[in-house]
Design a protein around this ligand. Sequence first.
Ligand SMILES: [Zn+2]
Length: 325
Amino acid sequence: MISEIEENFYRLTLPMPFRLRHVHAYALVDGKAVVLFDTGMIMPGAFERLETDLQSIGHSVSSIRDIYLTHAHTDHCGMAGLIQEKSGARIHLTEAARDVLAHFQEGTRLIAEARRFYAKHGMSHRDVEAIVEEIEDMRTRVPHFQDTSFLSDGEVYRAGGRSFEVIFTPGHAAGHVCFFFRREGLLLAGDHILPYIAPSLSPNIYDDLFEPLPSYLESLNVIEKLPIQTVYPGHGNALTDLACRIEEIRMHHGLKKEALLKMLGAGPKTTFSVCAELIGEAAANWDDWEKFMALNETYVYLQALKSQGALRETMHENILSYSAL
Ligand SMILES: [Zn+2]
Protein backbone atom coordinates (compact mmCIF):
# COMPACT_ATOMS: atom_id res chain seq x y z
CA MET A 1 0.00 0.00 0.00
CA ILE A 2 1.26 3.48 -0.84
CA SER A 3 0.02 6.86 0.36
CA GLU A 4 1.25 10.39 -0.26
CA ILE A 5 2.27 12.20 2.93
CA GLU A 6 3.56 15.38 1.26
CA GLU A 7 3.97 16.33 -2.39
CA ASN A 8 6.25 13.72 -4.02
CA PHE A 9 6.79 12.07 -0.65
CA TYR A 10 5.22 8.68 0.02
CA ARG A 11 4.70 6.09 2.71
CA LEU A 12 5.00 2.47 1.57
CA THR A 13 3.49 -0.20 3.80
CA LEU A 14 5.30 -3.52 3.44
CA PRO A 15 4.64 -6.95 4.97
CA MET A 16 6.44 -8.40 7.96
CA PRO A 17 5.89 -11.63 9.89
CA PHE A 18 6.07 -10.45 13.53
CA ARG A 19 3.35 -9.20 15.80
CA LEU A 20 3.14 -5.76 14.15
CA ARG A 21 2.49 -7.39 10.73
CA HIS A 22 3.67 -4.44 8.67
CA VAL A 23 6.55 -1.98 8.40
CA HIS A 24 6.68 1.38 6.65
CA ALA A 25 9.35 2.64 4.30
CA TYR A 26 9.24 6.19 2.93
CA ALA A 27 10.05 7.31 -0.59
CA LEU A 28 10.99 10.83 -1.64
CA VAL A 29 10.89 11.49 -5.37
CA ASP A 30 13.76 13.56 -6.75
CA GLY A 31 13.15 14.03 -10.51
CA LYS A 32 13.70 10.62 -12.06
CA ALA A 33 15.30 9.21 -8.91
CA VAL A 34 13.84 7.89 -5.69
CA VAL A 35 15.34 8.33 -2.23
CA LEU A 36 14.21 5.58 0.12
CA PHE A 37 14.11 5.72 3.91
CA ASP A 38 14.25 2.16 5.29
CA THR A 39 13.55 -0.78 3.06
CA GLY A 40 11.23 -3.32 4.66
CA MET A 41 12.12 -6.90 5.34
CA ILE A 42 13.15 -9.85 3.21
CA MET A 43 10.09 -12.09 3.14
CA PRO A 44 7.85 -13.55 0.45
CA GLY A 45 6.03 -10.80 -1.43
CA ALA A 46 7.86 -7.85 0.14
CA PHE A 47 10.09 -6.97 -2.82
CA GLU A 48 7.18 -7.37 -5.28
CA ARG A 49 5.06 -5.09 -3.05
CA LEU A 50 7.78 -2.43 -3.10
CA GLU A 51 8.10 -2.67 -6.89
CA THR A 52 4.33 -2.47 -7.46
CA ASP A 53 4.02 0.51 -5.11
CA LEU A 54 6.85 2.40 -6.82
CA GLN A 55 5.45 1.60 -10.28
CA SER A 56 2.09 3.04 -9.24
CA ILE A 57 3.82 6.46 -8.93
CA GLY A 58 5.77 6.10 -12.18
CA HIS A 59 9.04 4.80 -10.72
CA SER A 60 10.59 1.45 -9.96
CA VAL A 61 13.13 -0.18 -7.66
CA SER A 62 15.78 0.45 -10.31
CA SER A 63 15.26 4.22 -9.89
CA ILE A 64 16.23 4.15 -6.21
CA ARG A 65 19.38 6.28 -5.95
CA ASP A 66 19.92 6.48 -2.19
CA ILE A 67 18.78 4.45 0.79
CA TYR A 68 18.85 6.01 4.26
CA LEU A 69 18.50 3.54 7.13
CA THR A 70 17.14 4.45 10.56
CA HIS A 71 18.67 1.34 12.18
CA ALA A 72 20.01 -2.13 11.65
CA HIS A 73 16.92 -4.19 12.54
CA THR A 74 16.04 -6.52 9.71
CA ASP A 75 12.47 -5.22 9.27
CA HIS A 76 13.96 -1.79 8.45
CA CYS A 77 17.07 -2.66 6.46
CA GLY A 78 16.53 -6.24 5.25
CA MET A 79 16.00 -5.44 1.56
CA ALA A 80 18.88 -2.94 1.31
CA GLY A 81 21.26 -5.43 -0.34
CA LEU A 82 18.66 -6.69 -2.80
CA ILE A 83 17.61 -3.16 -3.78
CA GLN A 84 21.24 -2.15 -4.21
CA GLU A 85 21.78 -5.13 -6.52
CA LYS A 86 18.91 -3.96 -8.76
CA SER A 87 19.54 -0.23 -8.66
CA GLY A 88 23.14 0.44 -7.56
CA ALA A 89 21.77 2.67 -4.77
CA ARG A 90 24.13 4.20 -2.22
CA ILE A 91 23.38 3.19 1.34
CA HIS A 92 23.62 5.60 4.24
CA LEU A 93 23.64 4.41 7.84
CA THR A 94 25.54 5.09 11.06
CA GLU A 95 28.80 3.40 11.81
CA ALA A 96 27.23 1.86 14.93
CA ALA A 97 24.42 0.38 12.82
CA ARG A 98 26.98 -1.04 10.40
CA ASP A 99 28.75 -2.64 13.41
CA VAL A 100 25.48 -4.28 14.52
CA LEU A 101 25.11 -5.80 11.04
CA ALA A 102 28.76 -6.86 10.98
CA HIS A 103 28.33 -8.80 14.25
CA PHE A 104 25.37 -10.66 12.78
CA GLN A 105 27.26 -11.42 9.59
CA GLU A 106 30.22 -12.73 11.56
CA GLY A 107 27.97 -15.39 13.08
CA THR A 108 30.04 -17.88 15.04
CA ARG A 109 31.26 -15.42 17.64
CA LEU A 110 27.82 -13.91 18.08
CA ILE A 111 26.25 -17.33 18.68
CA ALA A 112 28.96 -18.25 21.23
CA GLU A 113 28.41 -14.91 23.01
CA ALA A 114 24.65 -15.46 22.96
CA ARG A 115 24.95 -18.92 24.54
CA ARG A 116 27.17 -17.52 27.31
CA PHE A 117 25.03 -14.40 27.86
CA TYR A 118 21.62 -16.09 28.10
CA ALA A 119 22.91 -19.01 30.22
CA LYS A 120 24.46 -16.45 32.58
CA HIS A 121 21.03 -14.85 32.95
CA GLY A 122 19.46 -18.06 34.19
CA MET A 123 17.92 -19.62 31.07
CA SER A 124 17.72 -23.38 30.71
CA HIS A 125 19.68 -25.12 27.96
CA ARG A 126 16.42 -25.61 26.00
CA ASP A 127 15.53 -21.90 26.20
CA VAL A 128 19.05 -20.80 25.26
CA GLU A 129 18.95 -23.03 22.20
CA ALA A 130 15.53 -21.60 21.24
CA ILE A 131 17.10 -18.12 21.37
CA VAL A 132 20.06 -19.29 19.30
CA GLU A 133 17.56 -20.48 16.70
CA GLU A 134 15.89 -17.05 16.69
CA ILE A 135 19.29 -15.39 16.22
CA GLU A 136 20.18 -17.81 13.42
CA ASP A 137 16.88 -16.96 11.72
CA MET A 138 17.64 -13.26 12.07
CA ARG A 139 21.08 -13.83 10.55
CA THR A 140 19.51 -15.18 7.37
CA ARG A 141 17.60 -11.90 7.01
CA VAL A 142 20.59 -9.58 7.54
CA PRO A 143 21.42 -7.71 4.34
CA HIS A 144 24.82 -7.69 2.67
CA PHE A 145 25.67 -4.53 0.79
CA GLN A 146 28.52 -2.25 -0.19
CA ASP A 147 29.06 1.39 -1.14
CA THR A 148 27.98 2.74 2.22
CA SER A 149 28.46 6.16 3.68
CA PHE A 150 28.23 6.84 7.40
CA LEU A 151 25.73 9.33 8.77
CA SER A 152 26.84 11.99 11.25
CA ASP A 153 24.69 13.64 13.88
CA GLY A 154 23.23 16.96 12.70
CA GLU A 155 24.31 16.45 9.10
CA VAL A 156 21.96 17.95 6.50
CA TYR A 157 21.07 16.25 3.21
CA ARG A 158 19.07 17.57 0.27
CA ALA A 159 16.78 15.67 -2.08
CA GLY A 160 13.63 16.39 -4.07
CA GLY A 161 13.69 20.10 -3.22
CA ARG A 162 13.64 19.32 0.50
CA SER A 163 16.31 19.09 3.15
CA PHE A 164 16.51 16.82 6.16
CA GLU A 165 18.73 16.51 9.19
CA VAL A 166 20.17 13.37 10.70
CA ILE A 167 19.25 13.14 14.38
CA PHE A 168 21.12 10.50 16.40
CA THR A 169 18.63 8.66 18.62
CA PRO A 170 20.34 5.54 20.03
CA GLY A 171 18.29 3.41 22.43
CA HIS A 172 15.80 1.19 20.63
CA ALA A 173 18.91 0.05 18.75
CA ALA A 174 22.54 1.07 18.83
CA GLY A 175 23.13 3.52 16.00
CA HIS A 176 19.43 4.44 15.56
CA VAL A 177 18.71 7.75 13.81
CA CYS A 178 15.65 9.78 12.89
CA PHE A 179 15.41 12.02 9.83
CA PHE A 180 14.01 15.48 10.51
CA PHE A 181 12.52 17.66 7.76
CA ARG A 182 12.62 21.01 9.54
CA ARG A 183 10.65 23.08 7.02
CA GLU A 184 7.82 20.54 7.01
CA GLY A 185 8.03 19.85 10.77
CA LEU A 186 8.13 16.17 9.84
CA LEU A 187 10.07 13.41 11.55
CA LEU A 188 10.76 9.99 10.06
CA ALA A 189 11.10 8.28 13.40
CA GLY A 190 12.03 4.67 12.55
CA ASP A 191 11.32 2.79 15.78
CA HIS A 192 12.24 5.63 18.12
CA ILE A 193 8.60 6.66 18.58
CA LEU A 194 5.72 4.27 17.94
CA PRO A 195 2.06 5.15 18.40
CA TYR A 196 0.70 2.08 20.22
CA ILE A 197 3.58 0.36 22.00
CA ALA A 198 6.73 1.54 23.69
CA PRO A 199 9.59 0.69 21.32
CA SER A 200 11.35 -2.48 22.48
CA LEU A 201 14.78 -2.29 24.09
CA SER A 202 17.42 -5.01 23.71
CA PRO A 203 21.02 -5.27 24.85
CA ASN A 204 23.97 -5.63 22.53
CA ILE A 205 25.24 -8.87 23.98
CA TYR A 206 28.78 -8.17 22.77
CA ASP A 207 28.80 -4.58 24.03
CA ASP A 208 28.26 -3.96 27.76
CA LEU A 209 28.90 -0.25 27.30
CA PHE A 210 25.69 0.29 25.35
CA GLU A 211 22.92 0.96 27.86
CA PRO A 212 19.66 0.99 25.91
CA LEU A 213 17.32 2.53 28.52
CA PRO A 214 19.34 5.64 29.51
CA SER A 215 20.32 6.10 25.85
CA TYR A 216 16.70 5.82 24.78
CA LEU A 217 15.45 8.30 27.40
CA GLU A 218 18.21 10.75 26.45
CA SER A 219 17.19 10.41 22.79
CA LEU A 220 13.59 11.25 23.77
CA ASN A 221 14.94 14.49 25.29
CA VAL A 222 16.70 15.24 21.99
CA ILE A 223 13.62 14.96 19.79
CA GLU A 224 11.42 16.68 22.37
CA LYS A 225 13.35 19.89 21.66
CA LEU A 226 12.71 19.82 17.90
CA PRO A 227 9.78 21.71 16.31
CA ILE A 228 8.02 18.53 15.15
CA GLN A 229 4.44 18.63 13.90
CA THR A 230 4.03 15.12 12.53
CA VAL A 231 5.84 11.93 13.37
CA TYR A 232 5.89 9.20 10.74
CA PRO A 233 6.94 6.01 12.52
CA GLY A 234 8.20 2.70 11.16
CA HIS A 235 5.00 0.99 12.27
CA GLY A 236 1.47 2.31 12.76
CA ASN A 237 -0.21 5.62 12.03
CA ALA A 238 1.35 9.06 12.00
CA LEU A 239 1.00 11.02 15.21
CA THR A 240 0.84 14.70 15.92
CA ASP A 241 0.89 15.01 19.71
CA LEU A 242 4.51 14.07 20.25
CA ALA A 243 4.83 15.67 23.68
CA CYS A 244 1.98 13.52 24.99
CA ARG A 245 3.38 10.33 23.45
CA ILE A 246 6.83 11.02 24.92
CA GLU A 247 5.27 11.45 28.35
CA GLU A 248 3.38 8.15 28.04
CA ILE A 249 6.53 6.29 27.06
CA ARG A 250 8.56 7.84 29.87
CA MET A 251 5.86 6.84 32.34
CA HIS A 252 5.75 3.29 30.96
CA HIS A 253 9.48 2.82 31.56
CA GLY A 254 9.34 4.43 35.00
CA LEU A 255 6.53 2.11 36.14
CA LYS A 256 8.20 -0.99 34.70
CA LYS A 257 11.44 -0.20 36.48
CA GLU A 258 9.63 0.39 39.77
CA ALA A 259 7.75 -2.90 39.47
CA LEU A 260 10.99 -4.78 38.85
CA LEU A 261 12.70 -3.22 41.80
CA LYS A 262 9.80 -4.27 44.04
CA MET A 263 10.02 -7.85 42.77
CA LEU A 264 13.69 -7.98 43.61
CA GLY A 265 13.13 -6.84 47.18
CA ALA A 266 12.35 -10.44 48.14
CA GLY A 267 15.81 -11.78 47.36
CA PRO A 268 18.39 -12.54 44.68
CA LYS A 269 16.89 -13.51 41.34
CA THR A 270 18.18 -14.16 37.85
CA THR A 271 17.00 -12.09 34.89
CA PHE A 272 15.11 -15.15 33.67
CA SER A 273 13.20 -15.67 36.93
CA VAL A 274 12.33 -11.95 37.14
CA CYS A 275 11.10 -12.11 33.55
CA ALA A 276 9.05 -15.28 34.17
CA GLU A 277 7.44 -13.68 37.21
CA LEU A 278 6.70 -10.53 35.21
CA ILE A 279 5.06 -12.37 32.33
CA GLY A 280 3.23 -14.81 34.60
CA GLU A 281 0.65 -17.08 33.02
CA ALA A 282 0.69 -15.15 29.74
CA ALA A 283 3.96 -16.97 28.96
CA ALA A 284 1.97 -20.06 27.99
CA ASN A 285 0.66 -18.21 24.90
CA TRP A 286 3.96 -16.64 23.91
CA ASP A 287 6.26 -17.92 21.21
CA ASP A 288 10.03 -18.11 21.56
CA TRP A 289 10.52 -14.75 19.84
CA GLU A 290 8.23 -12.98 22.32
CA LYS A 291 9.97 -14.62 25.28
CA PHE A 292 13.34 -13.62 23.81
CA MET A 293 12.21 -9.98 23.54
CA ALA A 294 10.76 -10.03 27.08
CA LEU A 295 14.00 -11.40 28.53
CA ASN A 296 16.03 -8.79 26.67
CA GLU A 297 13.88 -6.00 27.97
CA THR A 298 13.97 -7.31 31.55
CA TYR A 299 17.76 -7.34 31.34
CA VAL A 300 17.77 -3.76 30.04
CA TYR A 301 15.78 -2.59 33.09
CA LEU A 302 18.02 -4.53 35.50
CA GLN A 303 21.10 -3.07 33.81
CA ALA A 304 19.67 0.46 34.23
CA LEU A 305 18.75 -0.16 37.89
CA LYS A 306 22.25 -1.47 38.53
CA SER A 307 23.84 1.61 36.91
CA GLN A 308 21.65 3.73 39.15
CA GLY A 309 23.06 1.94 42.19
CA ALA A 310 19.71 0.35 43.11
CA LEU A 311 20.81 -3.29 42.64
CA ARG A 312 23.63 -5.60 43.59
CA GLU A 313 24.90 -8.37 41.32
CA THR A 314 26.18 -11.71 42.55
CA MET A 315 27.70 -14.42 40.42
CA HIS A 316 27.41 -18.07 41.47
CA GLU A 317 28.60 -20.89 39.21
CA ASN A 318 28.44 -18.59 36.16
CA ILE A 319 24.84 -17.57 36.90
CA LEU A 320 24.17 -13.92 37.64
CA SER A 321 21.60 -12.85 40.25
CA TYR A 322 20.33 -9.44 41.26
CA SER A 323 19.06 -8.17 44.60
CA ALA A 324 17.69 -4.78 45.59
CA LEU A 325 19.93 -2.65 47.79
ZN1 LIG B 1 13.66 -1.80 15.36
